[in-house]
Write a protein that binds this ligand. Structure first.
Ligand code: NAP
Ligand code: HSE
Length: 425
C-alpha cells in the first residue's frame, strides 16, 4: 500500500514515527505493508520530527493526489481552501482519504462524503475529533444498538490545557497558550481553540454521527474561554466546581440542542478531573446508559494513533460504509438558544453598599429565579465587591431578562458575567 501524506508537521510527522515504531504490529493487523512514498510540505529543507530519507518531499501537493502509484492520501495539512481542493481531487482520482481536519469535515463534509460515495472511495476522519480517543468508531460500532440521548465532552485540548494551567498553577492565559502552541496542540490560528470554533467543528461531527443528521456547524452556538478570569476560577473552586470548556449536543422534543461554552462542572463529576491536554467524551445511550471515554485530545502520536487506525480499516476492508449514516441523513431543527434550560453562574462587580445584594436577589426573584448559592468579596480600593451567584434551573431567556435589568443599575460596575453550570445528570 503506497501512502501519500499532505503535511508533515505535528500530525504528519507523528504518523510517520508511529508507522515506523509499530511497523510489525500494523503490518500484521492490516495484512499489508504500508509505505509512505510521498509527502507534500511548504518547506522541503526544514528539519522534521520524523525521518524523511525514504519519502519523496514535494512543495506541490497536487503531485501527491495525482500520483497513480498512491493508494491512500492522508490529508494532514489543515485549512478548508487548498485542503478541500486536494481532497476532492484525490477522491475523483479514486483514492481513499484519511484526514484529521475537523474544520474541513465540519464545513464541507456533507458534500465531500457524497463525492466519496459517488466515486466508491472512503473518506475517514477519526482523528478529527478528540485526538487519540476512538470516539467516532465507538459511536458507529460499539454503540450502534442505541438511540443516543446526549453527547457531551471536553473536546479541545488547548483550551483544557490553558484552563488547567490557570486553575492549578495560577498561570496567565497568554503564557499557557504559548506553551500549548509550542507543544503542537494549538491550531495554526489559535483563536479557533480559544474562541470555541475548533470544539464547535468537532461537536458538529459528533452530533451528526450521534443523531443521524447532516453536519450543521453553522448551527452550533459557540463561546470560547478567552473571557474566563482568575476571579471566575477562584469563585468556581470555592463553590465546589471546576470550569471546563464543554461541547454538548442533545435531542429534546425533536429538536437539536448543540452548543459549546465554558461550563461549571461539579468537582464530584469525573469530567471536572480531566486536566491538561486530555479530552473526555460522555455518551448516554438509551440501552447502554452512560459511557465515558478519556484520552489525549491533541499531540503528534496520540493523533497519529487515530489516523493509522482509519488507514488500517481501509487496508483491511473493514470500513463502516455508512460512516455518517449519510444515505439517510436528515435535517433536525435546532432548538432556539433562548429556550435552553440550565443552572447559571453569575459574577457581578458592584459598589459595596447596603441593599445592593438584596436588590440583585429581588430582581432575580421577580423573574422567578432563585439563588442556590452566593459569595461576596470586597476586592478593591474603590469599594467594589465581586459577587458570585449560582441560580436554580431556568430558561436562558428568563435569565437574560433579569440580567439586563440588573445591568441598568448604577451600582453595577461592569458587564455581568454569565456561565452555564452543568450537572450532567
Ligand atoms: P502543522 O504542524 O502546522 O503541520 C501542517 C503541515 O502542512 C506542515 O508540514 C506544512 O508544511 C504543511 N502544509 C501547510 N500548507 C501547505 C501547502 N500549501 N503545501 C504543502 N504543505 C503544506 O499542523 P498539525 O498540527 O499537524 O495539524 C494538521 C491537521 O491536523 C489540522 O487539520 C489540525 O486541525 C489537525 N489536528 C491536529 C492535531 C494536533 O494535535 N496538532 C490533533 C488533531 C487534529 P511545513 O512543515 O513545510 O510548513
Ligand atoms: N487544536 C486542537 C486541540 C487539536 O487543541 O484540541 C486537536 O484536535
Amino acid at each position: 500500500m503506497n501512502i501519500g501524506i499532505l503535511g508533515l508537521g505535528t500530525v504528519g510527522g507523528g504518523v510517520v514515527n508511529v508507522l515506523n515504531k509499530n511497523q510489525a504490529q500494523i503490518t500484521r493487523r492490516s495484512g499489508d505493508s504500508i509505505n509512505v512514498t510521498h509527502a507534500a510540505v511548504r518547506d522541503t529543507t526544514q528539519t522534521r520530527i520524523c525521518p524523511t530519507e525514504h519519502i519523496k518531499l514535494t512543495q506541490d501537493p497536487f503531485e501527491v493526489v495525482n500520483n497513480d502509484d498512491i493508494d491512500v492520501v492522508l490529508e494532514l495539512m489543515g485549512g478548508t481552501g487548498l485542503a478541500k481542493d486536494l481532497v476532492e481531487q484525490a477522491i475523483k482520482n479514486g483514492k481513499h482519504v484519511v484526514t484529521a481536519n475537523k474544520a474541513l469535515i465540519a464545513t464541507h463534509g456533507n458534500e465531500l462524503l457524497a463525492l466519496a460515495k459517488d466515486n466508491s472511495t472512503h473518506l475517514l476522519f477519526e482523528a478529527a475529533v478528540a485526538g487519540g480517543i476512538p470516539i467516532l468508531k465507538s459511536l458507529e460500532q460499539g454503540l450502534s444498538a442505541n438511540q443516543i440521548e446526549l453527547v457531551a465532552g471536553i473536546i479541545n485540548g488547548t483550551s483544557n490545557f490553558i484552563l488547567t494551567e490557570m486553575c492549578n498553577k495560577g498561570r496567565n492565559f497568554e503564557d499557557a497558550l504559548k506553551e500549548a502552541q509550542a507543544l503542537g496542540y494549538a491550531e495554526a490560528d489559535p483563536t479557533f481553540d480559544v474562541e470555541g470554533i475548533d470544539a464547535a467543528h468537532k461537536l458538529s461531527i459528533l452530533a451528526s454521527i450521534s443523531f443521524g443528521c447532516k453536519l450543521q456547524f453553522n448551527q452550533v452556538s459557540t463561546q470560547g474561554i478567552s473571557k474566563i478570569s482568575s476571579e471566575d476560577i477562584a469563585f468556581a473552586t470555592e463553590l465546589g466546581y471546576a470550569i471546563k470548556h464543554l461541547g454538548i449536543a442533545k435531542k429534546l422534543d425533536g429538536k437539536l440542542q448543540i452548543h459549546v461554552h465554558p461550563t461549571l462542572v461539579p468537582k464530584t463529576h469525573l469530567l471536572s478531573n480531566v486536566d491538561g491536554v486530555m479530552n473526555s467524551v460522555l455518551v448516554k445511550g438509551n440501552a447502554v446508559g452512560e459511557t465515558l471515554y478519556y484520552g489525549a485530545g491533541a499531540g503528534a502520536e496520540a493523533t497519529a494513533s487515530s489516523v493509522i487506525a482509519d488507514l488500517i480499516d481501509i487496508i483491511k476492508g473493514t470500513v463502516n460504509h455508512d460512516i455518517l449514516g449519510w444515505q439517510s441523513l436528515i435535517n433536525i431543527p435546532n432548538c432556539n438558544a433562548d429556550d435552553i434550560e440550565s443552572i447559571f453562574y453569575l459574577r457581578l462587580l458592584a459598589t459595596d453598599k447596603p441593599g445592593v445584594l438584596a436588590d440583585i436577589t429581588t430582581t432575580l426573584a421577580n423573574h422567578n429565579i432563585s439563588v442556590e448559592a452566593v459569595i461576596q468579596k470586597q476586592i478593591d480600593q474603590k469599594n467594589n465587591a465581586h459577587i458570585a451567584i449560582i441560580t436554580n434551573l431556568i430558561k436562558t431567556s428568563e435569565l437574560n431578562k433579569a440580567v439586563a435589568e440588573i445591568q441598568t443599575h448604577d451600582y453595577i460596575q461592569e458587564d455581568v458575567k454569565i456561565i452555564f453550570v452543568e450537572t450532567l445528570n
